[in-house]
Design a binder for this molecule. Structure first.
Ligand code: AMP
Length: 353
């Protein structure tokens, strides 16, 4: 069995898979660092965890109680948000890989340290257990330089100011789920609280709407999506860096336009403010879709995933109405399963049993 770990800023999610990628059990520790809960399967127990290492120890205990002891695991596989420019493929966790994840901390200061903490804590309690890592940015490593380069001086580019793209595990999982039926030019939209889209040509990402960080591109639940750098400078001069960061990442998007970051609630309301927020979301998704379609030289199919993409038919319909100018394109709805993709990556690296 493979234990997939996703260490977020204050949570640790786990899912256990068999070697044929069947999910056996999933759970999470929430509110790490304070009074939180540990949930495994249908059971939830309130608990207090000091840090990610402590959360992992408590989760391993809970798994053991559920019959999944460490000796039953053949590998652990981690989700790492940012692989930087070095980690462009899933990898076995080695000292070199740990150093590369550390070197990408400036690019994902809230996420990569937690991913590392989970790896090191697991290594300490299970030194013989092979560990693997999949990177949220890696799928976009195939984007051409013309797509990843910002038109700014080389020194800044060399310092890491370039487009990376995110949601890569979701897109890689989508490609895997199409199998041999994968369309040559696929417009993929991951629409959840975070939202992005990706031009996938012959199974490879060639353009994506997120850039240096997950802030850019589409209108999102609480993130602004694209905004002119000069506007950011002016807001920052008035409010300071931290408050600007909070505004653009946590208090913008649907929340700013509709007073609610939840698409389902917005669709259930019938006032002008909610309608405008939904229209803004769909319009900008379609504007970015046009750009991605041009990068692919056309489009053979569109695929939606994520909480909104999978469930919000009115949103899909509005976006597809804009895209009608590209002809009658087949639409697919694919369940996002990043954990399964992480397990799949680890199995591929492990090779035949
Ligand atoms: P995610 O980040 O992928 O979990 O997606 C969260 C978003 O999906 C929220 O905006 C939810 O309101 C939205 N969502 C989930 N289910 C539905 C639904 N049935 N109809 C509309 N939106 C939904």
């Amino acid at each position: 069995m493979i234990l997939v770990l996703n260490a977020g800023s204050s949570s640790l999610k786990v899912e256990v898979f068999t070697s044929d990628l069947t999910s056996v059990l999933s759970g999470a520790v929430t509110s790490i660092g304070t009074d939180g809960a540990i949930k495994l399967g249908d059971e939830t127990v309130r608990t207090k965890t000091a840090n990610h290492a402590d959360a992992l120890a408590q989760m391993l205990d809970a798994l053991a109680h559920a019959g999944i002891t460490l000796d039953k695991l053949t590998a652990a596989a981690h989700r790492v948000v940012h692989g930087g420019t070095i980690l462009t493929q899933p990898a076995r966790v080695t000292p070199q890989v740990i150093a590369a994840i550390e070197s990408a901390i400036p690019l994902a200061p809230l996420h990569n340290p937690n991913n590392l903490a989970a790896m090191l804590a697991l290594q300490a309690v299970a030194p013989g257990l092979p560990q693997y890592a999949s990177f949220g940015t890696a799928f976009h490593a195939t984007n051409p330089a013309v797509a990843t380069r910002y038109a700014i001086p080389q020194t800044e580019h060399d310092a890491g100011i370039r487009r990376y793209g995110f949601h890569g595990l979701s897109y890689a999982g989508m490609v895997a789920s199409f199998g041999t039926a994968l369309p040559a030019r696929l417009l993929a939209l991951h629409l959840g609280n975070g939202a992005s889209l990706c031009a996938i040509k012959d199974g490879r990402s060639i353009a994506t709407s997120m850039g240096y960080s997950p802030l850019s591109g589409l209108t999102m639940g609480t993130r602004s999506g694209d905004i002119d750098g000069a506007a950011v400078l002016r807001i920052s001069a008035a409010l300071g860096e931290d408050e600007t960061d909070r505004m653009l990442n946590k208090n913008s998007g649907l929340k700013a336009l509709g007073g609610d970051n939840d698409m389902r609630s917005l669709l259930n309301r019938h006032d002008a403010e909610a309608a405008f927020a939904v229209d803004h979301f769909c319009y900008w998704a379609a504007r970015h879709a046009g750009s991605a379609i041009v990068a692919m030289g056309g489009v053979d199919a569109v695929a939606f995933t994520g909480g909104i993409g999978e469930n919000a038919a009115p949103v899909r319909d509005k976006i597809m109405a804009f895209l009608a100018c590209f002809g009658d394109v087949p639409v697919h709805i694919i369940a996002a399963d990043e954990e399964k993709q992480i397990a799949r990556d680890a199995l591929t690296l492990m090779g035949p049993a």
